[in-house]
Design a binder for this molecule. Structure first.
Ligand SMILES: [Zn+2]
Length: 167
């Protein structure tokens, strides 16, 4: 039997409730220590989300620098003599610059959203819980670290005892 079921009737009960909504049985331990454990996981998820967000912003800046300089790098003599002769270096450099700039901006917006969500999650704001689930879902595609984070975050935050902790 799960710790989040009423011991009398088996109804799923919220961790902050003192009585079962269905049969009225008093709910004491072992629900309380479980809440503390879940809160610990939420704080860890929020911290990791903020750290990933900061790393993402830093990578975004590096990518943005690359975006600005790649047209000049591709246009250099050494690249032209060693590179594929069929490609116009000006076109290739411009294309790579736009692509890198686009990825940098998208990455920085996503990273900023991760930081904001992480802070709100750690403050038990419901917007932080929703935001972290959205970030977690997208993170699954960032293999392998983002995948691990996304799966764990979604697993913890979709537990029925988590929602009542948030305001
Ligand atoms: Zn009950």
């Amino acid at each position: 039997m799960s710790l989040n079921e009423c011991p009398n009737c088996g109804e799923i009960v919220k961790t902050n409730e003192f009585f079962c909504q269905r049969c009225g049985t008093a709910l004491t331990s072992p629900q309380r220590p479980r809440t503390k454990e879940i809160k610990g996981y939420i704080q860890i998820i929020g911290t990791v989300e903020i750290v990933f967000g900061i790393i993402g912003i830093l990578f975004g800046f590096i990518l943005l620098l690359f975006a600005f300089f790649v047209p000049y790098l591709v246009g250099t003599d050494s690249f032209v003599s060693n590179g594929p002769s069929s490609v116009d270096p000006t076109v290739l450099g411009g294309f790579l610059g736009i692509l890198a700039g686009f990825l940098a901006i998208v990455g920085m917006i996503f990273s900023n959203a991760a930081i904001v969500s992480g802070v709100r999650l750690m403050q038990y704001k419901n917007s932080g819980r929703i935001g972290t689930m959205v970030i977690g879902a997208f993170s699954i595609f960032i293999f392998p670290v983002g995948t691990i984070f996304g799966v764990i975050a979604l697993y913890i935050l979709t537990k029925p005892e988590v929602e009542p902790l948030f305001i």
